[in-house]
Design a protein around this ligand. Structure first.
Ligand SMILES: [Fe+2]
Length: 247
């Protein structure tokens, strides 16, 4: 009986995910004061120290670029990156820090792509987010322009779009068209609700995930991750062929 209980207990607990296996985080909001992420340099440094403590070797931070909401430019982001790097160095942080952007999909982005004026990371990847309310229209146009420019779209937090819930067909379709799928670690902790969690689990089970990101806006996101590293689906991440380490 005692042995039986012990094995039952063993089955429910997974090995905690070692985040150094992910290595590189490619979705976060760590440049202070330019979007809805970090509010101050102190907060940014504290979060970077936490990333380092969790085992990450590099962070590619991705401030929002969303016309009329977050009017960021490549120049604003790269200037912010310089300031964060300098401050991190002063604090003795070892973690490598780079930047790209999280582009909202609209005409403004399509024009930036046409002008070849987007911030990429890794192998010409561009992080793109869709509206949370309305399914994307003209996404074929975006894919066409991206292809012409030799950019590779990475679809941000793909599990969070309610209009795609319940099916993974769209993820398959977009991947067939050359897009990469990114999910948030905290979707697996239940941070965004049960539907988002279920969708993230489905994408993992069907091996449709290319990148995993923290989408860290504040310290609490990293604390939630840290507290849930032994959740079964977080542990499963180490079995996927993710592209984070290639960055
Ligand atoms: Fe984000």
């Amino acid at each position: 009986m005692i042995v039986g209980l012990f094995s039952l207990f063993k089955k429910q607990v997974s090995e905690p995910l070692d985040l150094s296996l992910i290595g590189v985080d490619m979705h976060s909001h760590l440049i202070p004061g330019i979007d809805d992420g970090s509010n101050s340099m102190d907060e940014s440094i504290a979060m970077l120290a936490k990333f380092e403590h969790l085992g990450y070797r590099k962070v590619i931070t991705t401030p929002h670029i969303m016309s009329e909401v977050y009017n960021n430019t490549s120049e604003i982001i790269l200037k912010g990156l310089d300031e964060v790097r300098e401050e991190a160095k002063k604090h003795g942080l070892k973690i490598e820090i780079d930047a790209a952007a999280e582009y909202y999909f609209d005409d403004y982005l399509v024009n930036l792509v046409k002008k070849r004026e987007v911030l990429t990371f890794g192998d010409q990847y561009v992080l793109v987010e869709f509206s949370f309310h309305t399914p994307p229209e003209y996404d074929d146009l975006l894919f066409f322009e991206m292809q012409m420019a030799r950019y590779k779209p990475v679809l941000a937090h793909f599990e969070r779009y309610p209009y795609f819930h319940g099916s993974t067909e769209k993820a398959k379709e977009y991947r067939d068209k050359g897009a990469q799928i990114q999910i948030n670690i905290n979707s697996l902790t239940g941070n965004y609700g049960p539907e988002v969690r279920k969708q993230a689990e489905k994408l993992i089970d069907q091996n449709l995930v290319d990148f995993i990101g923290s989408d860290c806006h504040r310290m609490q996101h990293l604390v939630t991750m840290e507290e849930n590293l032994n959740k079964p689906y977080l542990a499963k991440l180490s079995q996927l062929t993710l592209k984070n380490q290639s960055l």
